[in-house]
Design a protein around this ligand. Sequence first.
Ligand code: SF4
Length: 432
Amino acid sequence: MIIKKAFEHSVKLFRKVLAGKDVEFKFTPAKHIKMPTLSETSIYVHIPFCKNLCPYCPYNRIPYDTKLIKPYVDALIKEIEGYGKVYGKTKITSVYFGGGTPTIIGDELTRITNAIRKNFNTVGDFCIETNPNDISEKTITVLNDCGFNSISIGVQSFNETLLQSIGRTYSINDIHNAIMLAKNNHFDTINIDLLFALPGQKKDDLAMDIKRVLEYCPDQVTYYPLFTFPYSEISEYKQIKYVKSPSIFKRRKMYYQLYDTFKSNGYSKCSVWSFKKDNDEKKYSSVTRERYLGFGASSGSYYETHFTLNTFSVPEYISSINSKGNAVSLTMNFTKRLSIFYDFYWRLYDTVIPKKRNLEFSSYSVEKNTHIHIMIKIFLLLKWMEKGKNEYRLTRKGCLWVHFIQNMFSLSAINTIWSAGKKYAWPKEVKF
Ligand code: SF4
């Protein structure tokens, strides 16, 4: 406990040193919404409904409620139209639907994608998250009609006992049918999401999961560690089930097991958690874009100069959009230095750090930015990184440590912000 606290304090101090002493890591209520001109951005749409609320899930999700679907989609469309008035000419490089379970709203997806195409200049991929028990021929037809060309299937594991231990309700047969339906329906990219470091999961269980997923030859596989956010029910759930999550040492072994097996099967790293086929150009990703506009309850928008966050409450989101046209509850200003650090953080997540980054407001060169250059030198010294002609790349060891460090960074910050968002529809101030 003491070591964990000391580590968290060091992370905070480190963050402060990088971002600058004048930077306050806090969100405050949004009085005026600044909307700077952007030449390009991506879009995120949040659909918060789920039929089965998984106990480990930290995301903003609520039980599927048919009465709420139409008002929620109506509000989403109003929000899209509002932002379209400002960013209608901006190039939209990708559109991502996450949740919740976006496919749960069926045909209503068409209304949303039509509104996005009508109000924005979309030039990139349309990506969507799905669940094995929610993929049917009908769903796939809707996705094809909406123009989704990239799909992610949240399989989590091919082991039914482990699936039950995390509250997942589908069978191996459902998983097989879902993957085959996706494979037979012309998606450019199929990503399969899996979890490791599950309570009770052994090395052999992981080996079996990897073997099963490789049999399907997906374009990309994303392997998340099971996050144990304090506000998800997993802690309580673990006690009820008398199971223990793997230790940090076991997790390290599992991470290397993943890294080595995928490498030797023709996959390369495309983020600290993802592997894509060596010959594939495209990559399925949600969070590592330079800028994004977020629509829906709890969605965030990142503009480089500031970050805004919508209210997490679905009823409040609907009523706020209907009464004032937006549902932004919190905002945080970014200095140029902080936005450079933020971008560098996500490039570390990508595992490839270009030497020069051309951004809208905060372009930088990693070799000319003193703080980042010091970090790069330390990473090189620790053999966490290798130097290429135009980029730096994380090594196997670097991927593991960045994965651990980002876990600490993200968990403490996201935990504080999301906890406040879930507790209060309109939080007063959130420091992290
Ligand atoms: S893990 Fe996915 S399906 Fe489960 S509750 Fe969370 S968002 Fe819904």
